[in-house]
Write a protein that binds this ligand. Structure first.
Ligand code: OXD
Ligand code: MN
Length: 580
């Protein structure tokens, strides 16, 4: 394996700053993974799970103050504050390097520093990109093995000496007081210190594949999105590919692996979190999944909610912060209706029902994509898959109907930009608070969100036949707080309507917010759902919308003149429709 002199120089500089006792270049081999696991079993970083029922599976318990992404400590360090925009934390590059430099300085003394060349995307794909990260965490190295393609595959893909995103990571002392997650989009550089949590520490994922890649995508004319990719196969065997943006811990993994409740229809999984999308020479939008594994939320993953997800984590999986049964098996809320007796919680403490969650609400599994029973045969196609529909979905108890479709690309981009959602345990802070989350990218857009909306609008102009854009909300509730739509495998009914819209056969009704399924157009055959509940799930309430559009106006105001005019016009149009 030979790396460029620039890559070597950068690793040398990282070592000069952090002073590790040794530097090890990773080759991505199985032997390397096994060695890392052995070391971590010895020092207690990993525990072996039941080798008979969960072969090759391990449990990692993280520091109790390091269990989720910390957005308040995450910064975009562009030269100009305006290029980070009002929705990102910003720090001047020099100040960021001074602050974090003090935390990195000699921070790896007595530790090993691993240098990990990694590839985001299938080998040989023109859409794939290379990263080079260093870390002092064996857990991060093992997780990178699963989540990315480590080693020679990455180096082979470099298009020039400096064709890599550089990432400096150190656990530091794991204190949130000395934690910083810094992104320097103009330098293709990431500095992350003080956390070993996936979203903060596996730098290929949120830091590279979303924050840095989104800024790179703006410069190069593509899209880096917080989206799953799914192929929907109809009874005739025709597959339609969709990409769906949904906020963290809001059902992307479940939808990506959905087992259809509709006879004859099935779904193929291509990715559950990130999509990189390019416009090809014919004007077709094509997507790849830059990742190689899933880093999914464990709680509420069960044979009912996600049979494929439950099956794939029965071997070769690293679990983080789940509970442990006396049989040495992982357990989390929702896996079975009752917890087995004698469970210890995610911190290893004896647990009894009533003690609060046994597994941390943001506990995770890390597993190779190829272990998913529904993984698409073409999921690593270097050319990606053609995207015919884009879904924007969020978690809202009210206001947002189950499904509707934008009138055209511009209107669809407006719907994406208008997204709001209830927060989840994937982020440190309060759960269930409504916040604005355009395209599910609020924590992940590496540049000014107004420019991001403009980039989406401009991308539409390059598409021969822009994908249809849909808005969904599986989470709407009735007055008693019960979900109006059964969700999970039944969501295939909604996907079927989308496929029929794409083919031009589905019946719709025009409403001020977009196209809604006409009565009877959504296939409810065999579904025990009273028609009035479906009507309620699809209802658009003018008063609620007017209020929501007022809040949206306030959100847009912070972008000032940078907000693209077509987005402001769509808001004004919607307000007029509702008499505002
Ligand atoms: C994730 C997240 O881990 O969005 O995917 O937080
Ligand atoms: Mn995510």
């Amino acid at each position: 394996m030979s790396v460029t002199s620039l890559a070597e120089k950068w690793v040398d500089e990282a070592a000069a700053l952090t002073r590790p006792s040794e530097v090890v270049w990773c080759d991505g081999s199985e032997a390397e993974y096994d060695g890392l696991v052995e070391t971590m079993l010895r020092d207690g970083t990993l525990l072996t799970l039941n080798p008979r029922t969960y072969p090759g599976c391990y449990l990692h318990r993280s520091h109790p103050q390091d269990v989720a992404r910390t957005e308040q400590l995450t910064f975009i360090c562009s030269r100009e504050r305006g290029d980070a925009g009002p929705t990102n934390n910003w720090m001047a590059p020099a100040e960021a390097k001074t602050k974090a430099g003090a935390l990195f300085r000699s921070g790896m003394r007595g530790r090993t520093m691993w240098a990990i060349p990694y590839l985001m995307g299938p080998a040989g794909s023109p859409m794939s990109r290379v990263g080079l990260m260093v870390t002092d965490s064996a857990y991060v190295v093992a997780s990178m093995h699963i989540m990315t393609r480590v080693g020679p595959a990455a180096i082979r893909q470099m298009r020039g000496d400096d064709d890599f995103v550089a990432g400096l990571h150190s656990l530091g002392d794991l204190s949130p007081d000395r934690r910083l997650i810094l992104h320097f989009p103009e330098e293709k550089l990431i500095w992350s210190v003080g956390s070993g949590y996936g979203g903060n520490a596996l730098l290929g994922k949120k830091c590279h594949a979303l924050r840095i890649a989104s800024a790179q995508a703006l410069r190069e004319g593509w899209l880096a999105e917080h989206m799953l990719i799914i192929g929907v196969e109809d009874p005739e065997g025709r597959v339609t590919y969709l990409a769906a943006a949904m906020p963290s811990a809001s059902g992307k993994t479940n939808l990506a692996m959905v087992v259809s409740r509709l006879p004859g229809w099935r779904a193929w999984t291509l990715g559950d979190d990130i999509a990189w999308m390019h416009v090809d020479s014919t004007g077709q939008l094509r997507a790849i999944n830059p990742e190689r594994g899933f880093f999914g939320v464990a709680p509420n993953t069960s044979p009912k909610t996600n049979p494929n997800g439950t099956a794939m984590v029965r071997s070769n999986t690293i679990f983080t912060n789940v509970a442990l049964t006396p049989a040495g098996e992982p357990w989390w809320e929702g896996l079975t209706p009752e917890a087995p007796a004698g469970v210890v919680d995610w911190q290893g403490r004896p647990w009894r029902p009533g003690d609060g969650p046994a597994a941390h609400p943001n506990s995770r599994f890390t597993v190779l994509c190829q272990q998913c029973p529904s993984i698409a045969p073409n999921w690593e196609d270097p050319q990606g898959v053609p995207i015919s529909g884009i879904i924007f979905g969020s978690r809202r108890s009210n206001v947002i109907p189950l499904v509707f479709e934008g009138f055209d690309w511009t209107h669809g981009v407006f719907l994406g930009s208008a997204m709001s959602t209830e927060t989840t345990a994937a982020i440190t802070g309060k759960v269930g608070v409504v916040r604005r989350d355009p395209m599910a990218m609020i924590p992940f857009c590496g540049y000014n969100m107004a420019d991001y909306f403009a980039h989406w609008l401009a991308t539409g102009r390059r598409l021969a036949a822009p994908p249809r854009i849909f808005r969904v909300n599986w989470f709407r509730r009735d007055a008693d707080g019960r979900f109006l739509w059964p969700g999970y495998g039944e969501n295939m009914r909604v996907l079927k309507w989308m496929v029929e819209r794409i083919r031009g056969t589905a019946r719709t009704e025009e409403t001020p917010i977009g196209w809604v399924p006409a009565p009877g157009a959504l296939d409810t055959d065999g579904l025990d759902l009273p028609p009035e509940r479906l009507r309620e799930a699809l209802r658009c309430d003018a008063a609620e919308w007017l209020q929501a559009l007022g809040d949206l106006g306030e959100f847009y105001d912070q972008f000032g003149a940078r907000l693209p005019a077509p987005i402001a016009e769509k808001l004004a149009e919607a307000r007029r429709h509702f008499g505002g």
